[in-house]
Write a new protein. Structure first.
Length: 480
């Protein structure tokens, strides 16, 4: 089966997130600080895997102390980082006593709190690792999750006077195990869509999930945002007595030549001197803004965890002091993002192909769209024909192997190489099947069905589509 050597952009993350970082991550060189590295695995990844796993994690310090920085990654054997368009870390969340404390999304924000602060670590704590590793290929893989940390033992002189921070989770879909929303092309004003502000149906039950009411006086010491491709920035705001002020805007810096369309990005984090005083009863809220000019972004996220310490720690009142200052990047372009895609691939151009057979059903099997798959030669690769006004049904036969697929519209001819920036959900008519497959309701990307029908009112013409989970998969159909 012809396919790109490096298939493309993956989509979802369960709590694919970045955590509070307050300065560009660099080793803490104070006496007594230990620079540790841990390696979890090997983890055997099945072909096309995109599921969530929860495992006991005993890879951690042996003595009590404070964790002041955290830098996660995903590696193959010999510590080689795989290309993001082949296999990548949708998320890894380190649960400490069942509370999300450290985490990473594919943008790999590096975590560091200011000097004098740290996450309190006890050797008797229970650590779990929740990971979602996405294999964009039909091949087996073996990987390890790694993390570097700066650690200060409790009996070290460097631990004297340390203030404990904890992680306060802020997420636009807070309370949901799979916190995602869709951003459709052209929505919002001037090509920008902010969730939840621009979505009147964001919270149909009336419960605003993007906020947290402070239950104590405290000080915020750091934050950074997590977005998916297409994301521009996330905002953290504080409301007190009916007045609202922005505390920080975490901006996405894209190294991607095509703009905000891929994982080739890093987020800005608060600078090391950033402190905000929070009073009991204050409301913290978060939002995420996406670019909607280039395509639709399905299963997007906007998460902004905050490092917070109890009481006063030099924090400024945000209503009397400007705390919304420019952020700092925690890293630059990463070499695993070098394959952007879009060049000639050997796929057929569906608009130039003769008609395939008339049908009302296409079976997806073995990472092939069956009839109309653009990697198939001859009659098999020709667009199947459906009568105008009638739907075409797609059935994911790979669902029984716990493999998800989508049918997502893309702009003709949609036959370039897959990479982190190609293909995009930018078809002239929007359609998307969701992740055809099965899994625990609300805890996975699964749509909990194995079939989907095209909109019956499609105009006559040829339509191209791809799989958001495995973007080397391409197909087409024709309405006549």
């Amino acid at each position: 089966m012809p396919r790109s050597r490096r298939p493309a952009l993956a989509v979802l993350t369960l709590v694919g997130l970045t955590l509070a970082a307050a300065a560009p991550a660099q080793a803490d060189d104070r006496p007594g600080v230990q620079h540790l590295q841990f390696r979890f695995g090997p983890i055997d990844i099945k072909p096309g895997q995109n599921t969530i796993e929860l495992e006991v994690n005993d890879k951690r310090p042996k003595v009590d102390g404070y964790i002041t920085s955290f830098r996660p990654n995903l590696v193959r054997a010999k510590s080689k980082v795989p290309p993001v368009d082949v296999i990548h870390l949708h998320h890894a969340v380190w649960l400490v006593n069942f509370q999300p404390t450290f985490a990473a999304g594919e943008e790999k924000t590096e975590i560091r709190v200011p000097k004098g602060f740290g996450w309190r670590y006890r050797s008797k704590d229970r650590w779990m690792l929740n990971h979602m590793i996405h294999n964009l290929t039909p091949n087996r893989e073996r990987v390890w999750v790694t993390w570097d940390m700066d650690f200060i033992p409790a009996d070290s002189s460097a631990a004297k006077g340390m203030r404990e921070v904890k992680t306060q989770w802020l997420d636009v879909q807070g309370g949901n195990a799979y916190p995602v929303f869709d951003v459709l092309r052209g929505r919002g004003a001037k090509g920008r869509f902010t969730y939840p502000d621009d979505d009147p149906n964001a919270y149909p039950d009336g419960v605003a999930r993007n906020r947290w009411v402070a239950d104590r006086d405290a000080t915020l010491v750091g934050t950074a945002g997590h977005l998916h491709p297409g994301g521009l920035y996330s905002d953290l705001r504080l409301t007190r007595g009916g007045r609202t002020v922005r505390l920080f805007r975490s901006r996405a810096k894209y190294y991607e030549p095509a703009g905000p369309v891929s994982w080739d990005v890093s987020m800005t984090a608060t600078p090391s001197r950033w402190r905000v005083a929070v009073r009991k009863g204050d409301i913290l809220s978060v939002s995420g803004t996406y670019d909607t000019r280039r395509g639709s972004w399905y299963e997007s996220m906007a998460i902004m965890p905050v490092a917070i310490t109890n009481g006063r720690a030099g924090g400024a009142d945000p209503f009397t002091t400007k705390v919304d200052v420019p952020g700092v990047l925690t890293h630059g372009h990463l070499p695993e993002n070098d394959n952007h895609g879009g060049s000639r691939a050997g796929y057929q151009n569906p608009s130039r192909l003769p008609d395939g057979p008339s049908t009302d059903r296409v079976t997806v099997n073995g990472f092939l769209y069956g009839q109309g798959d653009l990697s198939m030669p001859g009659v098999a690769g020709r667009p199947p024909v459906v009568t105008a006004g009638q739907p075409l049904t797609f059935v994911n036969a790979d669902a029984k192997r716990n493999i998800f697929h989508t049918i997502t519209s893309c702009k003709l001819p949609c036959n370039g190489t897959s990479g982190i920036a190609f293909p995009l959900a930018n078809g002239p008519v929007e359609f998307d099947s969701g992740n055809l497959g099965f899994g625990p309701q609300g805890f996975t990307a699964a749509a909990n069905r194995d079939r989907w029908q095209t909109p019956p009112a499609l105009d006559r013409g040829t339509y191209a589509f791809f799989c958001r989970v495995h973007p080397f998969m391409r197909g087409s159909f024709r309405v006549k």
